[in-house]
Design a protein around this ligand. Structure first.
Ligand SMILES: Nc1ncnc2c1ncn2[C@@H]1O[C@H](COP(=O)(O)OP(=O)(O)O)[C@@H](O)[C@H]1O
Ligand SMILES: [Mg+2]
Length: 258
């Protein structure tokens, strides 16, 4: 990858605090995150519960509950701060949720088509949309009847994650942020999720794979691994760092041991 192109994602000393309902800004959750993710790579962001993983995922997508209080987050050289969520999506960002929301009354097919339309800025003809969906349904092991259900309404954990993968594969995001897509999945569903992520890998795209456990990284081998602890990246390394965390636990890094 040529270094003359701006990285897909560049975080420099990024600081983020929560915004309460009354508009007051709370104590910083992210305390200076720096990270460079180049096109063509997958980065894993690991950390125990409460370390700030979901906060980072949410602020990248533009969640109004979080405020950038310092530093910067750049996507293809452009500062994301202040850019509305739908525009970030149009620019190629996608967030896979840890806890996908149910949308009773909204059909899966309608939802996906609207979403693709929103991101592309133009309607998707049925003759293009149908075979595309069919291809992904087959790859994900989802029955066609899934399309007539309401989004995530009564879905099992595995079905919700398959729904997220279907959505992601249809949008083909330039930068996908996956917040604990592996949580609570049995090994078959985990493999389906991993295959989806791997299918999306290309020289133009990148993925930030947020996870608590090393398990998914057996199937999606990351180019870089970062360990987040209390809002700071305490260690970055290659894929084997994830295995080291798995065997030694997060406490090992919490104590600042070598
Ligand atoms: N909206 C919020 N208001 C106040 N504190 C928050 C808010 N969201 C998250 N936090 C706090 O920030 C810390 C990091 O949370 P989170 O990003 O969800 O961590 P993780 O995803 O790594 O488990 C936690 O201590 C959590 O309680
Ligand atoms: Mg989380």
């Amino acid at each position: 990858m040529s270094t003359s192109h701006p990285p897909l994602l560049e975080l420099s000393d990024l600081r983020v605090a929560p915004v309460a309902d009354d508009g007051s800004v709370g104590k910083e959750i992210l305390k200076g995150i720096s990270l460079t993710l180049r096109a063509g790579t997958v980065h894993a962001l690991m950390g125990r519960n409460g370390s700030g993983k979901s906060t980072l995922s949410a602020v990248l997508m533009g969640h109004p509950k979080f405020r950038v209080t310092g530093g910067s987050m750049k996507y293809l050289g452009e500062d994301l701060t202040g850019i509305p969520v739908h525009e970030r999506a149009r620019k190629g960002l996608f967030l896979c949720f840890q806890y996908p929301m149910a949308l009773p009354g909204v059909g899966v097919a309608q939802f996906l088509r609207q979403s693709v339309k929103g991101v592309r800025g133009a309607d998707v003809p049925s003759k293009e949309f149908r075979p595309l969906v069919k291809k992904h349904l087959e790859a994900l092991g989802i029955p066609q009847t899934f399309m007539t259900r309401y989004v995530n309404d009564g879905f099992s954990g595995g079905e919700k994650k398959r729904m997220e993968m279907l959505h992601m594969l249809l949008l083909e995001p330039r930068l996908a942020i996956l917040d604990e897509v592996d949580s609570g999945l049995d090994v078959d569903a985990l493999k389906v999720v991993a295959e989806s992520i791997n299918r999306l890998r290309s020289p133009e795209r990148g993925q930030l794979l947020v996870t608590h456990y090393q398990r998914i990284l057996d199937y999606v081998v990351p180019d870089e691994v970062h360990v987040l602890l209390d809002g700071e990246i305490v260690r970055s390394g290659a894929a084997d760092l994830a295995r080291e965390v798995e065997s030694r636990g997060y406490e090992w890094l919490a104590k600042g041991a070598a």
